[in-house]
Design a protein around this ligand. Structure first.
Ligand code: R5P
Length: 285
């Protein structure tokens, strides 16, 4: 099996190649003057290919489709570490597309593996040649192990909302730390209090964990709140560091101590690799 590294996942694909002892095929990429993309697989394939490509931008989606087409004669295994448009996973208003479904349906492959996809209902939209179901891999254990290595004295993991509770619980289990979730309580028609449901954060090293940080707005609000409630330090950890607009500035302005993320999207903050998880996922067939 040869690994085809898409333009958005070159470091991660190299790490997976090292973990699995598979060769990386050479792929040439370029952009035409009108903005259209070109690629060419410059190595011979051997009947089985593994494409690794996150779809952070629209161009990344095109590159993924081009790689799939170029390798379509092979048994095709695809890893999309960050699956963009995953938050448009239902029709919120009449007339809207289910964008996650539209992209999933355009993928023609034998196997698909995603990492912490926003909602697992997206997996049902892939119609695979092998009739397998797409697989969602969770990096919670990788994140929990990394956080344990940070040797906090009195750590508390916090989910910023109900949506991330399972991820935070699994991360806390791996870290062997306690966890909590921020909840809104309406005190009066004018006043709402947001606070951890069970645990007092006073003097604790709090790590807010979420599947992704996009604009940073969710995290920035939670950081300010937890600091005002007495947290000694507030760190943030996420699987997918989307970091749109001025997310980092917003986080540091809110007083964050550190930002850590995985390499599903390759950023300076990607200190945890999901390569071992992908290797495990590929062995699941
Ligand atoms: C929401 O459903 C997600 O889990 C994240 O909480 C959200 O996407 C973060 O977005 P932002 O960084 O823009 O607040």
């Amino acid at each position: 099996m040869k690994i085809l590294a898409g333009p958005s996942s070159q470091f991660l694909a190299s790490r997976v190649a090292k973990e699995t002892k598979c060769d990386l095929a050479l792929v040439e990429f370029k952009k035409f003057p009108d903005g259209e993309l070109y690629l060419r697989i410059a190595d011979e394939l051997d009947g089985e290919a593994l494409i690794i490509q996150s779809t952070v931008t629209n161009d990344d989606v095109i590159s993924l489709l081009q790689l799939i087409d170029a390798a379509s004669d092979c048994y095709l295994r695809i890893v999309i570490p960050y699956f963009g448009y995953a938050r448009q996973d239902k029709q919120f208003k009449p007339g809207e597309p289910i964008s996650a479904r539209a992209i999933a349906r355009s993928i023609d492959a034998d196997e698909v593996h995603l990492v912490n996809v926003h909602d697992t209902s997206t997996l049902d939209h892939f119609k695979l040649r092998s009739k397998r179901k797409a697989i969602n891999l969770s990096a919670a254990r990788i994140m929990g192990n990394h956080l344990r290595g940070m040797r906090f004295e009195s750590p508390l993991l916090v989910s910023p909302d109900e949506g991330a509770v399972q991820l935070v619980q699994d991360t806390a289990d791996a870290m062997k730390a306690e966890f909590d979730v921020l909840v809104k309580t309406r005190v009066s028609s004018e006043q709402v209090i947001i606070q951890p449901k069970h645990v007092d954060v006073d003097r604790k090293e709090v790590v807010i964990v979420d599947d992704m940080i996009s604009t940073g707005g969710t995290m920035a609000g939670a950081i300010k709140l937890l600091k005002s409630q007495g947290a000694r330090e507030v760190h943030v950890a996420c699987i997918h560091p989307v970091f749109s607009q001025n997310a980092r500035l917003l986080l540091y302005h809110s007083g964050v101590e550190s930002i850590i993320a995985t390499d599903t999207i390759e950023r300076a903050e990607s200190v945890m690799s999901v390569a071992p998880l992908i290797k495990e996922g590929l062995q699941m067939r």
